[in-house]
Write a protein that binds this ligand. Structure first.
Ligand code: SAH
Ligand code: SF4
Length: 348
């Protein structure tokens, strides 16, 4: 599918016509131009001849039937994206912002697989569009025939492959597109960006008028350990990083999520929990919470045992820090956090 081509063909059409096409493609999620019956036949035929709506992808459904991974073929590489259907009527799409990642975090399969390129705005939009179409074909949650086709993408998280703040302009263009009432109409508060901690990007984001959510992948309570497991931390030391996050909180009044992977015997001791609580309270003061993420094992690290995670959590709570634990989704289709890669050969 080539969204740019659609825009080119429409450039001399009247505004209302462009609106109709956008509505058909990005709000009604048509898969064939023949479904756009409100367009004049000549335009429909032209679009049909020149702009395929097909999104070629390999799809894997997890055993829980709630997680679906799609590897979309972009010609020069594949981009992986994941749909998570939560029990409470939420359909969250985890989108990628780059093919691969430049930053090489030790624990992340994406980071270990190298980097191809950043995605453009269309290629980010396409990932959500793919799942919007998929959801439209499902029977509705209550199973009643009248509910067929009512399932929508409710939330978007930039937690797939790549570092969104190193592809800032295209990511923000996509965010505004998702938020647009005439297309996906997904509230900014339902859109989250997860960053490894790029200080300049966080500063830029503080000045955006949108009420999106920010998540910071912290994963260590001190610079020394952080630099060992996340090379990019060398250029983004904790003091300046947390200062940028604090000013983001002050400007936007939005609660920031601090992501913390539980890596066995690496960052999960009682002393490290205490250090983390002290660090966050001293630097952020308010409007933050910690998300303890159970690690999806790759080659290098093991996940902390449940008892260790509970102990870590208790220490944070005792210190008055709000803590949540991330659900485990889609490990069997290699669709969980840190398991996405451009280098996979899927079996048909
Ligand atoms: N580059 C961004 C966003 C993509 S990664 C970032 O680093 O934040 C999304 C989240 O998955 C990050 O918090 C990342 O640290 C985490 N992650 C990476 N590898 C993981 C793994 N193997 N198991 C669980 N989470 C992982
Ligand atoms: Fe890149 Fe994020 Fe993976 Fe680090 S954790 S390598 S920044 S995708």
């Amino acid at each position: 599918m080539d969204i740019k081509k659609i825009q080119e063909i429409l450039k001399d059409e009247p505004k209302f016509r462009i609106k109709q096409v956008y509505e058909a493609v990005f709000a009604k999620f048509i898969e064939d131009w023949d479904e756009a019956t409100n367009l004049p036949l000549a335009l429909r035929e032209k679009l049909k001849a020149e702009c395929s709506l097909a999104i070629p992808a390999e799809v894997l459904l997890a055993a829980d039937k709630k997680t679906v991974k799609a590897a979309i073929d972009l010609g020069d590489g594949k981009v992986e994206t994941v749909l998570m259907r939560h029990g409470d009527n939420h359909n969250t799409v985890c989108v990628s912002s780059q093919i691969g990642c430049l930053l090489g975090c030790e624990f992340c399969l994406t980071g270990q697989g190298g980097f191809t390129r950043s995605l453009n705005f269309y290629e980010i939009v396409e990932q959500v569009l793919f799942f919007a179409r998929y959801l439209k074909t499902l029977p509705g949650r209550g199973g009643h025939p009248s509910q067929e086709g009512t399932e929508r993408v409710s939330n978007i998280v930039f937690m797939g492959m790549g570092e969104p703040l190193l592809n800032y302009d295209e990511v923000m263009k996509a965010v505004r597109f998702f938020n647009d009432q005439e297309t996906f109409n997904i509230g900014a508060r339902k859109i989250s960006i997860s960053t490894v901690g790029i200080i300049d990007g966080i500063k830029k984001l503080s000045n955006e008028p949108l009420q999106i959510n920010l998540a910071l992948s912290l994963h260590a309570p001190d610079d020394e350990l952080r630099q060992q497991i996340m090379p990019v931390a060398k250029n983004n030391p904790l003091k300046s990083l947390l200062k940028a996050v604090k000013s983001y909180i002050d400007r936007t009044n939005r609660k920031v999520m601090i992501e913390y992977l539980m890596l066995d015997k690496v960052n999960d001791s009682s002393a490290q929990a205490q250090r983390l609580a002290d660090l966050l309270k001293a630097n952020l003061e308010k409007l933050f919470m910690v998300n303890l993420i159970s690690y999806n094992e790759t080659q290098k690290f093991r996940t902390s045992p449940d008892a260790v995670i509970n102990n870590f959590k208790k220490i944070l709570e005792r210190e008055g820090v709000e803590v949540v634990q991330r659900f485990k989704f889609g490990r069997d289709v290699q669709g969980a956090c840190g398991q996405l890669t451009k280098n996979r050969k899927h079996r048909a």
